[in-house]
Ligand binder design. Structure first.
Ligand code: ZN
Length: 314
């Protein structure tokens, strides 16, 4: 096996890149700007130029590179074909093939960024030591990735693991970003929990630390709940209820061994894990109880670590 590999995480504003040894040690990491000019046609050539530059800098020959893994913010199938990346201006094309052509490195694999982050957490983060992992990323939206037998479940066209758009409320009248109504991310994302909080506050006259805040955030809600604020606690309970019940439903299909919770909201820590797990256990089928809930450990590096793992077979 070769000594090195690259993990590339393409985002809407920056591309994060890591140079790894094939046992998962980060040798170097850096970022380049995501150049969205010309319909996103400059992104891959610029990323590949940056990889070449790094190899020169480190004195690494091309034949020492095991492969290049790439995370992309859109659906990607098992062959590396991306199906429209609105964020980047991309249509449908084979990312893996393109990067292979540009670099002359044969082993290139691509995956959806949320799925790839889940793979990273399975390999070296909160899911380490487990082959059946569900990763939930609680950020502006709710992202997810399902790992089965140590591999990402991608689905037919690479859109599996979109758990943020699982319908959890059939009565909802407001629309989700996806255009449907009642998606998990409308309640359990950083923006969702704030919306839930506003509804809870509107229904009550009770004094609360989170009342009348123009810039109410998920962090403020969790901080107030930690101080024992009753309405803030109610918000956290509701978020935990949606997520716990969703995890119990997911378990009926794939039965993960560990649930890894990441994203900005996960900075709330143990209070978040506890509330999700408590509601999970209430809804879980008897054979699915007693699963672990853990915080993600890799932070922003999950994407590059998982991308590297795409091209490493142990
Ligand atoms: Zn949705």
């Amino acid at each position: 096996m070769n000594k090195y590999c690259f993990g590339v995480d393409i985002g809407g504003t920056t591309v994060k890149i890591g140079l790894f040894t094939t046992d998962g040690t980060i040798v170097d990491k850096w970022e380049v700007k995501t150049n969205k000019e010309d319909g996103g046609n400059k992104i891959l050539p610029e990323v590949c130029a940056s990889l070449e530059e790094k190899m020169q800098e480190k004195g690494i020959a091309k034949d020492e590179i095991e492969g290049i893994g790439i995370g992309v913010p859109g659906p990607v199938d098992d062959d590396g074909v991306v199906l429209t990346c609105v964020n980047l201006g991309w249509g449908t094309f084979n990312v893996a093939e393109e990067v292979s052509k540009l670099t002359g490195i044969a082993n290139v694999k691509a995956g959806n960024d949320a799925n790839v982050a889940a793979l990273g957490e399975m390999w070296l983060g909160g899911g380490k030591g487990h082959g059946e992992v569900l990763m939930i990323t609680l950020g502006t939206g709710v992202g997810g990735g399902v790992i089965h037998n140590g591999k990402i479940i991608t689905g037919t066209k690479g859109a599996a693991g979109e758990i943020g758009h699982m319908t959890v409320n059939y009565e909802e009248e407001d629309s989700c970003n996806c255009g449907r109504k009642g998606c998990l991310e409308q309640y359990a994302s950083a923006t969702g929990v704030v919306k839930v909080a506003k509804r809870i506050l509107a229904k009550s006259d009770e004094v609360s630390a989170i009342r009348d805040k123009d810039n109410l955030s998920a962090k403020m809600i969790f901080d107030a709940a930690k101080e024992g604020d009753k309405l803030a606690t109610e918000c956290v309970e509701q978020l935990g209820w949606y997520l716990g019940a969703a995890c119990a439903n997911i378990a009926t299909v794939v039965e993960p061994d560990v649930y890894v919770i990441g994203g900005g909201v996960s900075k709330a820590g143990v209070i978040l894990l506890d509330v999700i797990q408590r509601h999970y256990e209430k809804y879980a089928f008897h054979a699915h109880k007693d699963k672990e809930f853990k915080l993600a450990e890799l932070g922003n590096d999950a994407g590059i670590v998982g991308a590297a793992k795409l091209v490493i077979n142990e």
